[in-house]
Design a protein around this ligand. Sequence first.
Ligand code: NAD
Length: 258
Amino acid sequence: MFEDLKGKRVLITGSTAGMGLATAREFAKHGAKIGINSHMTEGSEEAVAELQELGAQGVVFIQANLMKTAECERCVSEFVAEFGGMDVLINNAGGLGGRENLENIDDEFYDRVMDLNGRSVLMMTKYSIPHLRQSAKESGETAAVVGTGSIAAREGGGVGAGIYAASKAWLHDIHRNWVKEFTKDNIRFNIVAPGTIDTAFHDGKSDELKAHIASTIAMGRFGKIEEVAPTFLFFSSHKYSGYITGQILDVNGGQMCP
Ligand code: NAD
């Protein structure tokens, strides 16, 4: 399956760990050309070596803090300089950015969470659009943008995580707008909305809290990164999802059935 992803030029943000790295591994197994990214170098050398070993046709690591517009522009430029264009953009970088009750939220907190989950996606997509448009024109197939949304976007998030949840709802919604603007260019926009997935995202939680959260999931456990990754490949594949755009696919073990 997903044989059409062979040789595709795929930029995955926030991909030296967690779901981004698991997704990069799947693309590597399918022979894609992959750009991985993080704001830190930690884990990048090991990730590049592993992806090459798994069968990627090419791998480049781009260190860039995507909370900053200029870094987004550079990230896209360096990827395109390496591979000559872009067929798929996966906007996965993001995170909680801290917890704060409404009465304690200040401008610095608001900007941090929105820059991490909103600005990063906005600017990465902005600078990628010309390359995705070109890819679609040359190939006669659709190019794809896939975003990592969240169950929090649908249910409001935990106490103290309201801005995070709202930033992901913002992401869910702006994809619908981009469908209206860029479908004429043969670019598709879809969202993978994970539930509670076992990554560093949950490092700050006690075992007791984790057990409680697991008890609220129909399948009774956190998801694994390998259980989320294939959905990104599905939305990236013209052959398997070429008529799907503007959709949100929830990968959450039945934690919520919207
Ligand atoms: P993770 O912490 O394991 O991975 C996050 C990756 O993003 C890392 O590679 C990190 O270095 C990178 N990153 C963080 N800040 C960055 C920045 N400013 N610029 C560039 N890269 C940056 O976490 P994860 O759980 O795999 O999270 C991936 C995405 O999934 C995030 O958007 C997160 O909000 C979302 N998400 C996670 C869960 C979950 O339960 N784990 C649920 C719903 C949504």
